[in-house]
Design a protein. Sequence first.
Length: 175
Amino acid sequence: MAKKPAAGKSEAPPKGRRGLFIALAVTLLLLGGGGAGAYFWLSPGAAAEEHVAEHQPTTEEGEADEDGALEARAIVEFEPFIVNLADADASRFVKASISLAVTEAGLPAEIEENPVIGARLRSSILELLSERSAAEITSADGKDVLRTAITERADAILPEGRVAEVLFTDFIVQF
C-alpha cells in the first residue's frame, strides 16, 4: 500500500527539480535578451536606410530637388572606425560608424565586387578623422564640417554616383 502524506503536509517537488526549472528559466531569459541585443547592435544599417527613405524627396536619379539635396538610392556601410584623434594635450579616440547614402543603386554591389574602391573610401575617412581634434568633432558644427569633407573625398573616389548624405549611426569620443 502506498504511503499517504501526514496530515497538514503537502508534497513538494524535489529540490533538484525546482532548481533545474529556475536555472532553465534564467538561461532562456539570458539567451533571449542576448539575441535581441546582438540583433540591434549588429544591424545599424537598417535604421540608416529607414532614415534616408523617410527624409529624402523623390527626384530623378542623381538630380537635386528644390533644396539642392540628392536622392539616396542605396547605402554603403563600413565597419566601425576607431581612430586616434589629433589632440596634442592627451590621447583621445573616436569610434564612429559611418554610412554613405549614395545616388546610384548599384554602387554598394560594385564596391563589394571591387574592394579597392571600398579600401580607398575607408582610408580617406580614416585620414579625415585622424586629422581632427576631439573639440572639433564633438560639436554639431564640427560634425557638419566632417560630413562635408567626407562627401567631397568620397565623390572624388566613387566611379559613378554621388554621396547624397553622410550618416553617423554611432559616434563616441573617449576623453
